[in-house]
Design a protein around this ligand. Structure first.
Ligand code: ATP
Length: 302
């Protein structure tokens, strides 16, 4: 059910392609937060964005964005959204940045010239250059500025930092933090950059092979996934009973590395089993993704 606190709701959405199926996707993106979609190449992130913007159609299911059903007359809805696609739109290459901006200012009732100019200044973009003549990073910065100039309620960012240099990347992080300060705006972004997700996201959605593996509160996620190193003793073989069990690896001698997504319960379990924990190591976001990809691969092939 759509609630006031939900910016995006996806219910039972499936999109079938010749070599790929997205979904069924169930997702509720909370309003007022940054949610990052994290997944390997070809997992369906851009496809999901395109569905949310009604740029392609699902075979099944329904979506609600900012309280409006996707797929209806959505001109007003689109005016409330800012979108940075994964790739710049080629047909606009012959336009100068300022021409594109003039066009956008007519389309968006809430377009704010001062804001647009301020963003261009911050990103150091020269608006007199033709879009097709811009460097990749320059074009990206322009696209971000353009997507934010009408103060959208919802920002959909498909790998926004692709091509940005470290300075521009920092500026983007600052600009997005500032954008979120009001508390009622929502960002859904796809990203491969661990540092970016860690700095920006409140929630993380993992997507692998078109399947959404769940949505997690970022801090809780990063606090709960650990590798535990234990002396295996006589418990060998029963690792899967450990709370949050994800995988294990026999190291040299009697040492075993266990990966859990529920470290507190797993540690109690080890204590109850009389297992000595000799080391513990927090998993980073990319390590977690690697484990999830491997699990998904095993699930598909089982
Ligand atoms: N227009 C299309 N027609 C057919 N298949 C497509 C189309 N667009 C994407 N796909 C396929 O859908 C799958 C998901 O692609 P998508 O671009 O959504 O992945 P992604 O997670 O955004 O990847 P990346 O991280 O590389 O950007 C891929 O197998 C891709 O080949």
């Amino acid at each position: 059910m759509f609630t006031e606190e939900t910016a995006i709701e996806v219910k039972g959405v499936v999109q079938r392609r010749k070599h790929f199926q997205l979904g069924p996707v169930e997702l509720a993106v909370p309003k007022g937060y940054v949610t990052a979609i994290v997944g390997p190449n070809g997992s369906g992130k851009s496809s999901l964005f395109r569905l949310l913007l009604d740029l392609s159609k699902p075979d099944e299911g329904e979506m609600t964005v900012l309280g409006e059903r996707v797929g209806g007359d959505d001109r007003q809805l689109k005016a409330r959204i800012g979108y940075v696609p994964d790739q710049a739109i080629d047909v606009e290459d012959c336009m100068r940045a300022e021409e594109k901006a003039a066009f956008a200012s007519l389309w968006y009732p809430s377009w704010e010239l001062n804001r647009y100019q301020e963003l261009l200044r911050r990103f150091e973009v020269d608006p007199s250059i033709k879009l097709g003549k811009m460097s990749k990073g320059m074009r990206r910065k322009f696209d971000i500025a353009l997507a934010m100039a009408h103060n959208p309620e919802l920002l959909l960012l498909d790998e926004p930092s692709s091509g940005l240099d470290p300075i521009a990347w920092k500026t983007m992080i600052e600009v997005l933090h500032r954008y979120m300060e009001r508390g009622d705006r929502t960002v859904l972004m796809a990203s491969h950059i661990v540092d970016e997700v860690k700095r920006l996201a409140d929630y993380i959605v993992f997507i692998v092979h078109g399947r959404v593996l769940g949505m997690f509160e970022k801090d809780a996620l990063l606090e709960s996934w650990y590798a535990l190193y234990i002396e295996s003793g006589s418990t060998a073989g029963s690792w899967k009973a450990m709370p949050g069990y994800r995988e294990h690896e026999q190291l040299s001698g009697t040492q075993v590395k266990l990966v859990t997504s529920d470290v507190l319960e797993a540690e109690s379990w080890c204590a109850n089993q009389g297992l000595r924990i000799t080391g513990r190591q927090k998993l980073e976001l990319d390590d977690i993704l690697t484990v999830l990809i491997e699990q998904e691969r095993r699930r598909i092939h089982s």
